[in-house]
Structure formats: C-alpha cells, structure tokens
Ligand binder design. Structure first.
Ligand code: IPD
Ligand code: CA
Ligand code: CA
Length: 267
C-alpha cells in the first residue's frame, strides 16, 4: 500500500527522470514528425511517454493512464472510484524542437475524479512545481502564491492557440483583440502546463485557453493550491466531472477573475 506522500515522491522522481531523458535526447539527434500533418511530435515525446508509463505500470499496475502519446483517448478512462494518471511527457513540443527553454513534463494523479497530486518539471530551468491536495503549492519546495494585482490595465495574461487553428481563427483573434484592449500585455509562451504554473507563482496574472486534460491536470491543482481561481469562461455542462473540463479554461488571481471572465464571455 502506497501512502500519498510516497506517491507524490514517486511522481516528482519520475518527472525529474523523464526531464533528464528529454534533455539528453535534445542534445543527440532529434527526429521530428507531424501528427495528422500539423502537430509536431519528436522521438523524445514518444520515448518520455514510454518511460513514464513503464514507471507507473511497475509501481501501480492497477492504475489507469491517460497519456498524450500512448493513450490520448479520454473515453477509455473511468474516473469513478479509480486512480488515473494523466501524463504529458513533453508540454511545449514546438519549443522543445526549436531549442527554447519553456518545456515541461506534466504528471497528475486523479483519484475518484479529484486531482490529488500535480507535478510540472522544466528540466531546462530545473524548476519543479508540485502540489498535493489541501497541502499548498510549491516551486522547488518553496511555497508559491498567485499575484495580488488588482488593476487589469497592469495585468500580464497568457494564452495559447491550437495546432489546428484555421477554422477557429476568427474566434481566437476576436478573444485576443478583446483581451488586449484591457490588459497591459499578452504572452504566448508555448507550454500550457507552465503558463498555469506561472499564474500559480505570480509571474503571470491570468491564463485562458482551450486545451486537453494532459496539458492542464497537474497545473490545475498547483494553481488552485496557490490560491488561483480556476474556472471556465464558457461554462461546461454541469456534470460530476465538470471541474476536469479542459476547454475554455480561465485561471486568474481572485481580484481580476470577474473582469476577465466578463471580457471573455460571449466570445
Ligand atoms: C501544447 C502546449 C501549448 C498549447 C497547445 C498544446 P504540446 O502542448 O501546451 O502551449 O497552446 O494547445 O497542445 O503539444 O506541446 O504538448
Ligand atoms: Ca501539451
Ligand atoms: Ca505533449
């Protein structure tokens, strides 16, 4: 029987080892491909996914795994009374393949539909964000918290865009246009997991985007434990697992949330 503390240690250790692996692979010859002709993927994405999966299967053989490269099918997952690992082996693949530093391994554990553990590790800056439910959020073991900015005109807000953006371009640009009219500036950093962790540690004031569960699961716990308000600017269908909905995410400090929600609503 594993304790939650030893499971958190396992997740941190696995994220660190996967981080070392992708760091090493970037120094050797990288092979790139395009999923469905548009979505960049490298051999490091698949190798890190396999590594993390093997670690989990060895330690927790009866747990389920939702992982971007090896099992991205959310319909194959049952949350009810079950333990589910949610893995993005490389979040920020485009950054990774272009030698940028904004890249992370993201690992979360969901138990009975609640995110209990979240770990996001950037091996290029050696920054490890982690949270355990009700125990606070940490960057390299130091407590972190959301910004306390109140003035929307001074706010720095991150977002991102899907790989397949043509059909949604008018909506995405309209949203960006509206947000830019009201805030100091916008960032597109290229890793949703890190965008969320950066809101959690106050480097950013807010973040909005539609992503997949593996992009945001670990970050959502880290952010909410850091005092970030985590919600949706278009409300998801109200189901038991609405809090796991990864579309139309809005994360912000509490002071700015209502104003940003108002701007993004109806977009
Ligand atoms: C992507 C990044 C990016 C976000 C995309 C994601 P990937 O993940 O998180 O910031 O805008 O929507 O797909 O493909 O690098 O794992
Ligand atoms: Ca991702
Ligand atoms: Ca990925």
């Amino acid at each position: 029987m594993h304790s939650i503390t030893s499971t958190l240690e396992f997740a941190q250790q696995t994220a660190r080892e996967a981080g070392e692996l992708i760091k090493r692979l970037r120094q050797s010859e990288l092979r790139t491909d395009f999923k469905k002709g548009i979505e960049l993927v490298t051999n490091a994405d698949t190798e890190a996914d396999r590594f993390i999966r093997q670690c989990i299967e060895r330690e927790y053989p009866d747990h389920q795994i939702l992982a971007e490269e090896s099992n991205p099918d959310l319909d194959s997952i049952e949350f009810d009374g079950r333990c589910v690992w949610v893995v993005d082996p490389i979040d920020g693949t485009v950054n990774y393949a272009h030698n940028h530093a904004q890249v992370a391994v993201s690992i979360a554990l969901i138990i009975d539909g609640n995110i209990e553990i979240g770990v996001v590790y950037n091996p290029f800056t050696d920054e490890l964000f982690h949270a355990q439910k009700s125990k606070g959020a940490f960057l390299n073991n130091r407590p972190i918290s959301a910004s306390d900015k109140q003035d929307l005109e001074r706010a720095i807000i991150a977002t991102g865009f899907p790989y397949n953006k043509q059909a949604q371009l008018p909506i995405l640009i309209n949203r960006l246009h509206k947000v830019l009219q009201h805030v100091a500036d916008v960032r597109r950093l290229g890793s949703a997991a890190l965008d969320i962790c950066w809101v959690a540690c106050g480097r950013l004031d807010a973040y909005y985007e539609s992503v997949s569960l593996w992009d945001c699961a670990a970050g959502l716990l880290i952010a909410s434990e850091a005092g970030v308000q985590c919600g949706h600017f278009i409300k998801p269908e109200s189901t038991q697992y609405a809090h796991l909905e990864s579309k139309h995410l809005l994360l912000s400090n509490h002071q700015l949330y209502p104003a940003i929600e108002e701007i993004l609503r109806n977009t």
